[in-house]
Design a protein around this ligand. Structure first.
Ligand code: SAM
Length: 297
């Protein structure tokens, strides 16, 4: 009988709850007995973790440019929380989706609770600290979790899930890769959604070209007014660092490490899993599809 592969987190981190550093993981490899396949998986994982840690240093600056605000607005149009809802923000980064969920809930005078998960929580922690300084509070619970294995939530837990630009970046789900890994992540989202719950997620289009996003961001990167008013002198430098990461993501998509499928293929996959009523909108300089699907009642 084939041995069931463990999830990466289960393999390395056990009960650790804080951000992990790559050195710690690599020293664990030496200390523990792993199969060759497991070592390959862990080393690939460390590279991913380093990539996201590095991107996390500059990612929030994307919010300063028009393409990202267009993307947020499309997501905002799909998110519709109800009274006493519990939502999940997957791969939360600097918590933009959590903010949108909370703003929409406030507009409707609804109380909501949001769980926000990521493998790198520093950007989320920094955002909360910044909001706190301005006297603002988000009803969010941060959790250090990875979508490379089933999430530790019971079936039918969430009223809604927001997952902006994260699900197609899964490189390994219990040892499965590529399209299979994406399918397993989507299945896990389906499992933890309540009947009637909605998944709002996004994916780069199959032949994505992030150079268009960079070009469309140039006016904001050179915005002299913001340089003077915000004394924000980092725009240009951070814009180019963001482009470097975006191009790396694009290449990983071409190499099959990340999975960017066509809408036709995704619709088939989502319907095979059981999702219904798909709605799509293209945004982010026409390079990203936002999708809203429902788990039937
Ligand atoms: C492109 S950013 C998107 C951030 C945020 N969702 C937003 O709306 O801007 C991708 C995020 O996914 C996180 N991520 C990458 N792999 C992950 C994994 N296996 N599990 C959970 N989060 C992951 C990264 O750390 C990063 O914060």
């Amino acid at each position: 009988m084939a041995v069931k592969e463990k999830g990466l987190y289960n393999l390395i981190h056990k009960d650790k709850k804080n951000d992990l550093n790559p050195e710690e993981i690599l020293s664990n490899i030496k200390a523990e007995r792993f199969s060759t396949k497991q070592i390959e998986r862990i080393i690939a994982w460390v590279k991913e973790l380093e990539f996201w840690e590095d991107y996390g240093e500059v990612y929030k600056n994307l919010e300063k440019a028009k393409p990202y605000s267009n993307l947020s607005n499309v997501i905002r149009g799909f998110i519709n929380p109800g009274l006493n809802d519990t939502w999940l923000d997957v791969g939360c980064g600097p918590l933009r989706i959590t903010e949108i969920i909370c703003e929409k809930a406030q507009e409707k005078a609804c109380l909501v609770e949001v769980h926000a998960i990521d493998i790198v929580l520093k950007p989320a922690e920094e955002k909360l600290a910044e909001l706190k300084k301005g006297g603002k509070h988000l009803p969010v619970i941060l959790e250090h979790l990875s979508i490379t294995e089933p999430l530790p939530y019971l079936n039918n837990t969430f009223n809604g899930i927001g997952a902006n630009l994260v699900l197609p970046y899964v490189t390994d789900f219990l040892g499965n890769k590529g399209e299979k890994a994406l399918e397993m992540v989507l299945r896990d989202m389906f499992r933890i959604l309540k009947p009637g719950g909605e998944l709002i997620w996004s994916t780069p289009k199959s032949n994505v070209n992030f150079n268009w996003v960079f070009l469309a961001s140039l006016p904001d990167m050179f915005n002299l007014y913001r340089y003077i008013v915000d004394r924000d002198f980092s725009r240009l430098l951070q814009g180019t660092r963001i482009l470097k990461h975006a191009i790396a993501i694009q290449e990983k998509g071409k190499n099959g490490l990340y999975t960017f499928l066509t809408v036709e293929k995704l619709e088939k996959l989502l319907s095979k899993i059981g999702f219904v009523d798909p709605k799509w909108k293209k945004t982010f300089s026409q390079q990203v599809w936002v999708n809203r699907v429902q788990k039937p009642l």
